[in-house]
Write a protein that binds this ligand. Structure first.
Ligand code: CUA
Length: 155
């Protein structure tokens, strides 16, 4: 079968683009710690306020020295609203929403997740740079979406 030269050129260009996109995914996963969701865990969104874990927003030090931040993203605030963590230690966030979908982005870090009612969003990172970070909701969630923010202090 004879394939026209232009056809072949475009086929190879499309193949090269796919290879490039795959390479970008592999590179960002290995060098930028950009990962798909780690697990699936559900929680009844109507029972978040009485949930044994999520009703107590907190920062907890684990036996291995790492930290666990448990909280919620709800219209229009994050709980806890101020998170203090030490630099260079692994921090695991566990979040859920009792109402609508929210975003959880820590500006200047690789943390950018979606918090979906009914599910637990869990992710881990390590903050090497000390300072104050802004946490914003980056999913439109209602009239005061733009006011939904919190602070993270790495010390
Ligand atoms: Cu919460 Cu936008």
């Amino acid at each position: 079968m004879k394939v026209h030269l232009y056809e072949r050129v475009w086929l190879w260009m499309a193949t090269a683009m796919i290879a490039g996109f795959l390479g970008a995914i592999v590179f960002s996963a290995s060098h930028g710690a950009v990962h798909p969701p780690s697990h699936m865990e559900t929680v009844d969104p109507t029972l978040v306020s009485s949930h044994p874990d999520f009703s107590r927003p907190r920062v907890e030090t684990q036996p291995d020295g790492s930290l666990k931040v448990v909280g919620t993203a709800a219209m229009y605030s994050f709980h806890p609203n101020l998170v203090r963590v030490p630099a260079g230690k692994k921090v695991t966030f566990r979040l859920t929403s009792p109402d609508v979908i929210h975003g959880f982005q820590i500006v200047g870090s690789n943390v950018n997740a979606t918090v979906v009612p009914g599910y637990v969003t869990q992710l881990s990172t390590t903050f090497e740079r000390k300072g104050e970070y802004l946490i914003v909701c980056n999913e439109y969630c209602g009239l005061a979406h733009h006011l939904m923010q919190a602070r993270l202090i790495v010390e």
